[in-house]
Design a protein around this ligand. Structure first.
Ligand code: IMP
Length: 519
């Protein structure tokens, strides 16, 4: 045949591979998960770094990178949430703690970086150096304005910085004796650009903003300027410019009070954390949130793996759905409960259904490499949620320890006995996720383990981003937002992978090798 008829011939004989719909054909294949299939290569006519990963996590919350960190007490506290948001994703603070502790975490994230810090930490002249040191230990900064009543809104009388307390050995000394009294300030109404200029020319770290009477109204921080420069993808609230943050709650009556505190602290996204989300408790909670807060916060409901479950939560008012039951690395739900679904099938079925209503989905659990992220997104998820992949990073809670010469961090399921026992006193958090608060015998649905040190997510998440951009480029998909249309129209093609093909697709036939993933 004449080579110039190659394209016509292709048209006649049909495209290679399967559509996503044919891939996830339940009657033929049963449930599938990420390793069971591959995506066939497409046509490249754009560079990888032009691939936009912009997406939505819920109806009203957009992200530049499709990543969430799991609400687990070995994954997401303030440090993880701040850094995830700086890098373009969002962190979901766990609820295996009291409501006040969780609200304090929300507050810390919201305060971390913004143009004007509208709720700065303030002390009075009678406070001691040790109070500043305690704030520094908890929140990581020491530039604190001093007012006559020790509160925001009081008359500004000084400022205490690292320089003022650095050489003082007696931590009981009152701040009145060490604070700097000549403070460079700016008047209320100053623009951020002007405030930044004043900071630059005065070479100060903090610029208190005062009203006409000299009362403190807010603060601008030089380190925020530097951070702003470094994180162009940061997930920020469009008006306040504060970092976005999510937090998990349960479905008990006490969780309504918890949520009120979280919203008061500035929460953007609430995640109703349940291993099986299709319950009257969750539906009531969604309705309560929508009736009480309207569009002030978005609700990520779940978890679900079937369209039937999804339909109930969508009808109740969910703004996004979290998909996964039994796919987590620490999870024994499928083994113990006999209930769950292979993650690939769950993501496809729920996402296809949810898209009809404009509801984004989050593929939660079982993500262990960049390829899994690309596959979850190609099956229809708008974002992925990661636990084990992030648990070994510097930003995850907990200390590193050594075992057999390896540097490790603890990682545990929220349904492990270990996690469920953490809060027997107030019955909050992880027990409720598994409906086991009132059980005499606690049935574990997760394990406790350890993961290898991964360094900082400041290097790891950019690796995930670049890896994902290259993956989409290989598929011939110029932007994440076009991926779903290209999958639906049958342009992006898939293929099942036999057990032998899976072995072939991994490293094989080597005596030894070193697997370094990025530099
Ligand atoms: P990973 O990313 O594979 O480690 O999975 C993390 C996800 O597992 C979380 O986001 C939760 O949805 C889920 N998960 C957390 N703790 C447990 C547990 O104890 N049992 C079952 N699933 C869990």
């Amino acid at each position: 045949m004449d080579p110039k008829f190659a394209l016509q011939e292709l048209e006649k004989s049909g495209k290679d591979g399967l559509t996503a719909h044919d891939l996830i054909d339940l009657k033929v294949t049963g449930g599938l998960t990420y390793n069971d299939f591959l995506i066939l290569p497409g046509y490249i006519n754009f560079p990888a770094d032009h691939v936009s990963l912009e997406t939505k996590v819920t109806r009203n919350i957009a992200l530049k990178a499709p990543f969430l960190s799991s609400p687990m007490d070995t994954v997401t506290e303030t440090n993880m949430a701040i850094t995830m948001a700086l890098l373009g994703g969002i962190g979901i603070l766990h609820n295996n703690c009291t409501a006040d502790e969780q609200a304090a975490m929300v507050r810390t994230v919201k305060k971390f970086e913004n143009g004007f810090i509208t709720d700065p930490v303030v002390l009075g002249a009678q406070h001691k150096i040790k109070d500043v040191l305690e704030i520094k230990r908890k929140l990581g900064f020491a530039g604190i304005p001093i007012t006559d009543n020790g509160k925001l809104g009081g008359k500004l009388i000084g400022i205490v910085t690292n320089r003022d307390i650095g050489f003082c050995e007696d931590t009981n000394v009152e701040l009145s004796t060490v604070m700097t009294k000549e403070v460079v300030t700016a008047k209320l109404g100053v623009t951020l650009a002007e405030a930044n200029q004043i900071l630059r020319s005065s070479k100060k770290g903090k610029l208190p903003i005062v009203d006409a009477q000299g009362n403190l109204v807010s603060l601008v921080s030089r380190s925020d300027l530097l951070k702003n420069r470094d994180y162009p993808w940061a997930s920020k609230h469009p008006q306040t410019k504060q970092l976005l943050v999510g937090a998990a709650i349960g479905t008990r009556p006490a969780d309504r009070e918890r949520l009120a505190k979280l919203v008061d602290a500035g929460l953007d996204l609430v995640v109703i954390d349940s291993s099986q989300g299709n319950s009257s408790f969750q539906i009531d909670m969604i309705k309560h949130i929508k009736a009480t807060y309207g569009n002030k916060i978005d609700v990520l409901a779940g978890n679900v793996v079937t369209r039937d479950q999804a339909a109930n939560l969508i009808a109740a008012g969910a703004d996004g759905l979290r998909i996964g039951m039994g796919s987590g690395s620490i999870c024994i739900t499928q083994e113990v409960m006999a209930v769950g679904r292979p993650q690939g099938t769950g993501v496809y079925q729920v996402s296809q259904f949810a898209r009809k209503f404009g509801i984004p989905t989050v593929a939660d659990g079982g993500i262990s490499n960049v390829g899994h992220i690309a596959k979850a997104l190609s099956l229809g998820a708008s974002c992925v949620m990661m636990g084990s992949l992030l648990a070994g990073t510097n930003e995850a809670p907990g200390e590193y320890f050594f075992l057999d010469g390896k540097r490790l961090k603890k990682y545990r399921g929220m349904g492990s006995l270990d996690a469920m026992e953490r809060n027997d006193s107030d019955n909050s958090g992880s027990q409720a996720r598994y409906f086991s608060e009132s059980d005499k015998v606690k049935v574990a649905q997760g394990v406790t383990g350890a993961v290898v040190d991964k360094g900082s997510i400041k290097q790891f998440v950019p690796y995930l981003i670049t890896g994902l951009q290259h993956s989409l480029q290989d598929m011939g998909v110029p932007h994440l937002s076009e991926l779903w249309n290209m999958v639906d129209s049958g342009q992006v093609r898939f293929e099942r992978r036999s057990a032998a093909a899976q072995i072939e697709g991994g490293v094989h036939d080597l005596f030894s090798f070193e697997k370094r993933l990025y530099n």
